[in-house]
Design a protein around this ligand. Structure first.
Ligand code: NAP
Length: 393
């Protein structure tokens, strides 16, 4: 692969503030020198076709990557507008500009099962969740646009994504949060239930590769998952061990009991809402059934492709220490969880001094006894001047 393939390219990433989009923007811009625009949903809401029209009136990218998604428990209107309509409108732009369009789909389009391939897809039906329905419809329409308009697209199906910067605390990171917060007393799964995992850090490498080699990847769907699947119970117990906690206990709550508990919670929340108290079901409870069903995605097609995994030994287990340190520090600083180990979170004890003796802290900073900030080197004449007036937003 040529290392400078992206250097003179200009791409637009939708959903760049999210877990997946954030990793893409970071790698493409900072590591590979690609020009990227990643408008947030206030600058460009893909719900609004006029917004899309106006935005692409000003910009002519070399590719579009769409990672935007409505909240997982959104109502049918929002799910349809953002996940399906917005997605297809972006694809139509890509088709008109004759540029590649990359769309992120999900294991939600698949049934339970082992080693599910890219050919598998749930039949479209009213019974699917809004999220799954919008993803199934999206995949089918993208293929339709390939046949009817020659759209150059690739669908990347992700399983459970792990990585840093999930500021909404969803999916895997919600699970980590529940263990860290000790709000999971026992195991809501069965012993050998397994799932596939996707590493957010590896996604940009795959994208760079598929953008360079369109002949191979155009019109294709890929499961982008780690080769080995993971038993949910083993993962939870490993997190527990890292955090040196006693809970959750290694007791497996049977599915009917878990479902009964979720039903009670739903009723309690309805009462709260009637009383005017703001409350909502944890969105992850939508997936309760999935905690009890194995669903693993085959990575054979990915391995047979010309893409070489940049870190084949990296798995959710090998990344756990790093991920745990990142999220625990963040959640503690946001007061979402109570302290685990002060040394771990604030080795220089600056926050402690900020709290208890700010006068001494300030004095020491001014006397340069402590240097908590950086000295930035700014090269004169190196900054690019931006003509603000020419920017449409
Ligand atoms: N995370 C997972 O475990 C997982 C698993 C399987 C598949 N996926 C797929 O991977 C993709 C990325 O997921 P993620 O976890 O990174 O999502 P995320 O963290 O929830 O981020 C969602 C992004 O969508 C943007 N967005 C929402 N509404 C928008 C609108 N109307 N117009 C433009 N942008 C809008 C948000 O931007 P603002 O913040 O500006 O609103 C945000 O940047 C999605 O397609 C998802 O289905 C994720």
């Amino acid at each position: 692969m040529s290392n400078n393939f992206l250097q003179n390219k200009f791409g637009i990433v939708i959903g760049g503030s999210g877990l997946v989009g954030g990793a893409i923007v970071h790698f493409f811009e900072k590591n590979w020198g690609c020009s990227i625009l990643a408008p947030n949903s206030k600058k460009l809401s893909i719900r609004d076709a006029n917004d899309i029209q106006a935005y692409f009136h000003h910009y002519r990218p070399d590719f579009i990557i769409n990672t935007a998604i409505a909240a997982i428990d959104s109502d049918p209107k929002l799910s349809f507008d953002i996940n399906y309509l917005g997605n297809i409108n972006l694809a139509k732009v890509a088709s008109a500009l004759k540029i590649p369009y990359i769309f992120f789909s999900s294991a939600a389009v698949l049934p339970p099962g082992n080693q599910l391939t890219e050919e598998t897809i749930l039949p479209l039906s009213a019974g699917l969740s809004n999220y799954a329905k919008s993803k199934v419809m999206s995949e089918l329409t993208l293929e339709h646009l390939r046949k009817t308009e020659g759209l150059d697209y690739t669908v990347i199906r992700l399983a459970i994504v792990y990585g840093k910067h999930d500021h909404k605390i969803q999916g895997f990171h919600r699970l980590l949060f529940s263990v860290a917060d000790q709000s999971m007393p026992m195991l809501f799964t069965e012993k050998n239930v397994c799932h596939s995992y996707s590493n957010s850090k590896k996604i940009p490498y795959f994208l760079r590769h598929i953008l360079e080699f369109r002949d191979e990847f155009s019109g294709q769907t890929y499961n982008f998952v780690d080769q080995e699947s993971v038993a949910l119970s083993q993962l939870i117990l490993t997190i527990r061990a890292f955090l040196e906690l006693k809970s959750p206990k290694e007791f497996y709550i049977p599915y009917p009991l878990a479902r009964f508990g979720a039903g009670i919670l739903r009723k309690i929340i309805k009462i709260f809402i009637k009383l005017g108290i703001e409350a909502r079901m944890p969105p992850e409870l939508m997936f309760l059934e999935n905690f009890y069903q194995t669903q693993t995605l085959s990575s054979s097609k990915l391995q047979r492709s010309s893409f070489a995994d940049p870190a084949p030994d990296e798995t959710v287990f090998s990344q756990l220490p790093d991920i745990i340190e990142y999220y625990l520090t963040r959640w503690q600083q946001l007061n979402l969880i109570s302290a685990y180990d002060e040394e771990f979170f604030d080795p220089q004890k600056i926050a402690e001094d900020f709290l208890n003796c700010p006068e001494t802290l300030l004095e020491e900073i001014h006397q340069q006894k402590r240097q908590p900030f950086n000295d930035f080197q700014v090269e004169q004449n190196s900054a690019r001047n931006i003509d603000v007036a020419s920017l449409p937003y």
